[in-house]
Design a binder for this molecule. Sequence first.
Ligand SMILES: [Zn+2]
Length: 292
Amino acid sequence: DRRPVVIAIDAGHGGEDPGAIGPGRLYEKHVVLEIAKELQRLFNTTKGYKAELVRTGDYYVGLRQRRDIARKMQADLFVSVHADAFTNAKASGSSVYALSQRGATSASAAFLARTENDSDLVGGVSLSDKDDILAGVLTDLSMTASLDASLRIGSNVLSEMGQMSKLHSRRVEQAAFAVLKSPDIPSILVETGFISNPGEAKNLATNWYRAKMARAIFNGIDNHFKRSPPPDTYLAALKRGEIKPREYTISSGDTLSEIAARFDVTVTQLQRENKLAHTQIRVGQTLKIPES
Ligand SMILES: [Zn+2]
């Protein structure tokens, strides 16, 4: 069996570091953990992926340690989930960031990187690794390759998020985020909205919005890996046609739940695989059957 694409999902902050705090004492650390868990669920119910959480509960993990955990997982992608805050409550929109080898691509990207990097100060961990890793690997070609992938994955995620939320910036912004400094693992940081904006905080406090956000991030990442899977993975074999997905053509009287039972999958898996928003099906329609 070919290996799954491994996704390391990093919920920002945690423990003594609450991250941003929005109206109604909405804590970034709680919001992003919920989104991260939903994102993990989406990957782990999709054949070809395995997702693990960098932090699984309400405790602090140092920024460097987060990268180390992802490396231990042998992750193909590191995605750090956050929710912005800004002094101006009007600031709004979601955005995606990648590491910058030089300066920041905008003043707000630089501001955000500074705030997110401050995490380690709050979390009681010293910034001892400040720039040594970056300095050591800047010339490394693998760094360039993974940064390239980060930017491509980032724009896929952005375009999916743009369909369900306002975007703060239409391009993947770059700045010196400590948590993204893995030389060999493509890494992105997703800001799921401004927790300091009352309207967005309201959304981020609800399960349906978090689920929608997780779905958008999932779709963006999935679009990328379907198109460019690492060669030794199930997704690559699927793309090369070495593995054929099963199919079923609907005849009169079929229901989604019967078909699901017949192939030993769930209705939700069938819906997801076939992008069905409801349980209505029509005669002659061909369904892809996911691996059970
Ligand atoms: Zn954050």
